[in-house]
Design a protein around this ligand. Structure first.
Ligand code: NAP
Length: 249
């Protein structure tokens, strides 16, 4: 659903780093933050995606492959002073469990989990040094609660991410830094289409969502934005489902 045109938060020139901002949900988060007056620092892997985003919203851009730990560290350092962070970049490599390869497993963990630790460590450290009461949002998935066929590495990475979120929330809370995750159901981005556009797979999933539809990028981005605001000042350590009621049905 489209947000009302007068829907508004105000990030008052805060510098916000968004990873995986080139496509899909991350791109929508970056655009929405720009609309709400943030200074967006967009990090992603494909240069032309970042170039077109820069033309649209005038953001700073950082090209990096977060699967490489040294590159992830360099990219986070290059981002400089950051007030809020959205760890959104992830990959999904679909394999039946019996055919799961070590390479796919390791790549998934490297991007979806290890990179979040590396980038957050750098960003949170400078938040602490600057005395900034920042907010960090990790884009997790319903896949951390729900076992999905062909998603062993992805589900495990997102379950790990939720627990990483919880530990960061516990340790960083004393510095007034809040850390939460959002856990969306299917969104038909490039990643979502690969897994769910076949009606044989998407149909049963859709049937279990009480709202009878998948989520839109905007509906994830608006929750992420809310978690970054002071309106969410007492929310810390959440894994917040954006699932149209799937898990309670
Ligand atoms: P997407 O359309 O595939 O976009 C992912 C973005 O992350 C792309 O810009 C991609 O850049 C970037 N990225 C991936 N690997 C990277 C790496 N190693 N280094 C730097 N950037 C990298 O995916 P999406 O659907 O928007 O997913 C965004 C987030 O939502 C992910 O955390 C995903 O797990 C989560 N999520 C998605 C769904 C869904 O159904 N779509 C549901 C629940 C949660 P390149 O294209 O250049 O690689």
């Amino acid at each position: 659903m489209k947000l009302p045109e007068d829907f508004q938060f105000d990030f008052n020139q805060k510098r916000i780093l968004v990873t995986g901002a080139g496509k899909g949900i991350g791109r929508e988060i970056a655009s929405m933050l720009h609309r709400f007056n943030a200074q967006v620092v967009a990090l992603s892997r494909t240069e032309k995606d970042l170039q077109s985003l820069k033309e649209e919203i005038g953001c700073e851009t950082i090209i990096a492959d977060l699967g490489d730990p040294a590159a992830a560290q360099r990219a986070a350092e290059k981002a400089g002073k950051i007030d809020h962070l959205v760890n959104n970049a992830a990959i999904a490599i679909l394999q039946p469990f019996l055919q799961t390869t070590v390479e796919a497993w390791d790549n998934t963990m490297a991007v979806n989990l290890r990179a979040v630790m590396i980038v957050s460590r750098v960003v949170a450290k400078q938040m602490v040094e600057r005395g900034v009461a920042g907010s960090i949002v990790n884009v997790s998935s319903m896949a951390s609660f729900q076992a999905l066929h062909d998603h062993a590495a992805y589900c495990a990475s997102k379950a790990g991410l939720d627990q990483l979120t919880a530990v960061m929330a516990v340790e960083l809370g004393q510095h007034r830094i809040r850390v939460n995750s959002v856990n969306p159901t299917v969104v038909l981005t490039e990643m979502g289409k690969r897994a769910w556009s076949d009606p044989a797979k998407g149909g049963p999933m859709l049937a279990r969502i009480p709202l009878r539809r998948f989520a839109e990028c905007e509906e994830v981005a608006s929750v992420v934005c809310f978690l970054l605001t002071d309106g969410a000042a007492m929310l810390n350590g959440l894994a917040l489902r954006i699932d149209g009621g799937f898990l309670v049905s």
